[in-house]
Each structure stands twice: as C-alpha cells, then as structure tokens.
Design a protein around this ligand. Structure first.
Ligand SMILES: Nc1nc2c(ncn2[C@@H]2O[C@H](COP(=O)(O)OP(=O)(O)OP(=O)(O)O)[C@@H](O)[C@H]2O)c(=O)[nH]1
Ligand SMILES: [Mg+2]
Length: 434
C-alpha cells in the first residue's frame, strides 16, 4: 500500500500561478494557489514560496516569461527546491524546458492531483482507476518526447534507438491501458450483479467538493460506517454505502463518494465514471458544502459542472451547508440562509442539526412512498410476512378467511410486491396512489 511521505522525507516546493485581468484577477489566483498549497501538503511537500506572474499570453516555451524563469533559477538553487508546481496546465514541451532550466522536477496541477490519487488509492478497483488515468495522461507526453527525440536525431526517417524505445514504451502503455479497461469492466459487472438486490431500497448519495465534510457526515448519520475523514484533500476515493434507518422500516442506503475539485483531471473523471455512475443514479443527492470556505460558491459551481461532465442531471438535490460552527460572521450566515431557503445548515463534526437533516431526508423519501391495499388469504404467509418486514403496515382487517392490509411502500419496492402478488391467488390488489 502506498503511504504518504513521512515528515522527514517531505519535499520543498515552489508554486507558480498566472493571472490575467479581468478573467483571473490576482485575488482569485491567490485563492487557487492556497488550494494548490493544500494539495502539495497532501502529497507530502512543503511550500516555501509562491510566484504569481501577470501575463495575458502564455509563453510557448516556458508558460511563464523567460524573465520570470531567470528569477526562479537562483531561488531554486539557493533553497534547494525539489519541485516547482504550476497551477496552469503545462504542455509536455514546457515541462521539459522548465526542468532543464530550473534543474528540478516541474509538474502541473493535473499531475499533482494524479499523484495524490495514486497515493490515496486503497482498493484494487481504485488503484486500477488511478493507474488508468495516469497512463492516459502519460501517453501524449511520451509521444511528445518521441517528437523531441526524433528531432534531435535529425535525419528524416532515421530510426534511432531512442525512438524505438519510445515506440516500445508507447505500445506497452497502450497494452496496459486496454488490460486495465477490461479488468475494470469486469469488476463493474460483478458489482452490478451484487448490488442489484439493493434496488428496492431508496438510495441517497453524498456529493461535494473535497474536504467539505462528506465522510464526517456519513459517520454521524451511520455510526457503523467508519468512513475515513481527515483534513487532507481526497481522503475518500472509494465509494462506501451504508444503511441509514430513518424510522421503523424506513431505510435508505447512503453512499459516500470521492470529492471534486477545480480542474479535476478529465482522465480521472472518465476512469471513476463507472463507480460513480451507480451511486449517482440515486433517488436524490445531498450536496455537502463547506460554508466556512471563502470560495464556497465557486466550489458549488465546480461540483455542478463535474456532475454535468459525469452525465448526472439530477433535479433531486438537497443542499447541505456544513461547518456552520466554523463560520463566525453571523450576518453572513443570515444572508446565505436567505439566499438558499431550501438548504439545511449543519455541523457534522459537532452534530448540530443532524435530526433536522434526517427529517428532511425522510420527507424527500416520503414523496416516493405510495399507499397500497391488499386482500389475500390468511395463509399467504410469504406475502404477509414480506409486507410486515418491508413496508409500513397502517391497517389490518380480517374478512372471513382473507386479510386486508393497508400499507405504505417505497415506489422501488412495488415491482417486487407485484411479483409476490402475481404468484398468489385469489387476491384483490388496489393500486391507487395515495
Ligand atoms: N469545523 C468543522 N470541521 C468539520 C466539520 N465537518 C467536517 N469537518 C472537518 O473537515 C475535514 C474534512 O472532512 P471529511 O469528512 O474528510 O471531508 P470529505 O468531504 O469526506 O473530503 P474528501 O473525502 O477529501 O472529499 C476534516 O478535518 C473534518 O474534521 C464541521 O462541521 N465543522
Ligand atoms: Mg471523504
């Protein structure tokens, strides 16, 4: 298992961001760099300096201007910097040029996020998903190296050893990519078969920006969940599903999911799609938001956009503003409450307003409950037993040898009851919606 580097192995990092007015003002870039520093910390690096350059057009060779590179060179040398992290995407060529000039590792935000996912991945499935994303990220970079090497070789059509090596590497990477895709398809098929039985219970999924408090909320709602919650980014990579009992026989399945982030690498979104697909088809989503973060509205937007990229167009959303204990400005809280009148305001860590949230989940679920009446022979234990175990029986009346049961049931269970009813005779089945 990969572990995070211990403190004595931590690397020294410098961050670089680019701002251009008015689209990306300096204050916004500073916020991006603060998040990048948090990412670097999670990956095991200490940020000792941040550089911001104002530049409208990216330099094709270095992304930042040559003057800025010349400013960075002595700093990197003097402070023995191990790596320079760019918030903006670097082309493979730019990364190579910068590494040569600065004589240290150079990566961009995408590379860093991929690195963290690789460190964090625990289950075999998550490890395969991350490896797939890393290889797909690497592939064009290998081809970039190939162009570069062939140019170095000079002669058109010359097949130098370097070129052959890169070609071999590319083939190996491609083979590994198809193998991983095949294995992931198999895992997801297996998983679908295992979870098919669960379809009769309403499902709720927790979604949100990384570090918003999804796992903490899962732990307080379902104490046996023991989801891993930590003040690090991407604490959760594996989807975890637990039973949440709202009241007698009113059960929902709650799933915790991987957090989203600005510029979540496209390859990661693609490779996590199969795992996320299943939970995001839930009956409704709880969107957990860290209200104490100054950029919480941008984060909400990122979450909405990522869901769209994943093909989730859900109307059933409950917005859950978390960490109200960490928001000191009461006026601000008031104005946010006014702006989002349907949202729930909680503190998962302190257990504030959790019963209210449960009640709201219950109300949402209740919308999908139907009232039904059934008349069956008293000896039809299978059906009667099923109804008592899985529905809320409101009334029972005996009529000669028959029994009439009135019950409330979630729409997902109706098909199953229909099947049981179909197998028993004689019977009267009232299907009027409540
Ligand atoms: N002050 C405060 N901190 C909280 C609250 N809820 C969660 N946290 C803290 O926020 C940090 C992140 O919590 P997690 O539950 O791991 O967040 P997550 O959304 O699951 O994060 P990822 O799995 O990384 O996407 C932890 O340090 C929690 O202790 C809260 O209500 N108040
Ligand atoms: Mg989590």
């Amino acid at each position: 298992m990969n572990t995070l580097p211990s403190d004595n192995k931590r690397e020294k990092a410098v961050l670089v961001g680019l701002c251009s007015q008015p689209e990306t003002p300096r204050a916004l870039v500073e916020e991006y760099l603060a998040e990048l520093a948090f990412l670097a910390d999670t990956a095991g690096a200490d940020v000792i300096e941040s550089y911001i350059q104002e530049k409208k057009i990216r330099d094709p060779a270095y992304c930042i201007g040559k003057g800025k590179v010349d400013e960075l060179i002595p700093f990197v040398k003097e402070h023995e910097v191990d790596l320079v992290i760019f918030d903006d995407d670097l082309t493979p060529g730019q990364a190579r040029n910068l590494e040569r000039a600065l004589e240290c590792k150079v990566i961009d935000r995408t590379g860093l996020i991929l690195q963290i996912f690789a460190i964090r991945a625990q289950s075999a499935q998550a490890r395969m998903q991350v490896e797939l994303a890393q290889l797909e990220y690497m592939l064009p970079r290998l081809s970039g190296a190939w162009t570069h090497l062939s140019k170095q070789k000079g002669g058109i059509g010359s097949k130098g050893p370097g070129e052959t090596q890169i070609e071999t590497d590319r083939r190996l990477v491609r083979n590994r990519i198809s193998l991983l895709k095949k294995k992931l398809r198999e895992v997801s098929l297996q998983h679908n078969t295992q979870t098919r039985g669960r379809q009769t219970v309403p499902r709720v999924a927790l979604v949100g920006y990384t570090n918003a408090g999804k796992s903490t909320l899962m732990n307080i709602l379902c104490p046996e969940a023991e989801a891993f919650a930590e003040n690090r980014l991407f604490a959760t990579l594996d989807t975890k599903t637990r039973r949440l009992e709202l009241s007698i026989n009113k059960l929902v399945l709650l799933s915790d999911t991987v957090g989203f982030i600005r510029k979540l690498p496209h390859h990661l979104v693609e490779s996590f799609k199969s795992t996320l697909d299943e939970v995001l088809q839930a009956d409704f989503l709880l969107h957990v938001i860290d209200i104490s973060h100054p950029g919480f509205e941008d984060q909400m937007q990122v979450v909405r956009e990522t869901l769209k990229e994943l093909g989730v167009d859900h109307e059933n959303f409950i917005e859950v503003f978390n960490k109200i204990d960490a928001l000191e400005d009461q006026e601000l809280l008031k104005s946010i409450r006014a702006k989002y009148p349907d949202a729930v305001f909680i503190s998962a860590a302190r257990g504030v307003n959790i019963p209210v949230l449960k009640e709201i989940i219950g109300k949402y679920v209740a919308r999908d409950y139907k009232e039904r009446k059934i008349l069956t022979h008293v000896s039809n234990y299978k059906l009667i037993g099923y109804l008592y175990e899985n529905t809320e029986v409101i009334e029972k009346r005996y009529l000669d040898e028959d029994v009439e049961l009135t019950f409330r049931v979630h729409k997902n269970r109706i098909k199953h009851i229909d099947a049981l009813v179909g197998a028993s005779e004689p019977l009267q089945y009232d299907t009027t919606d409540s």
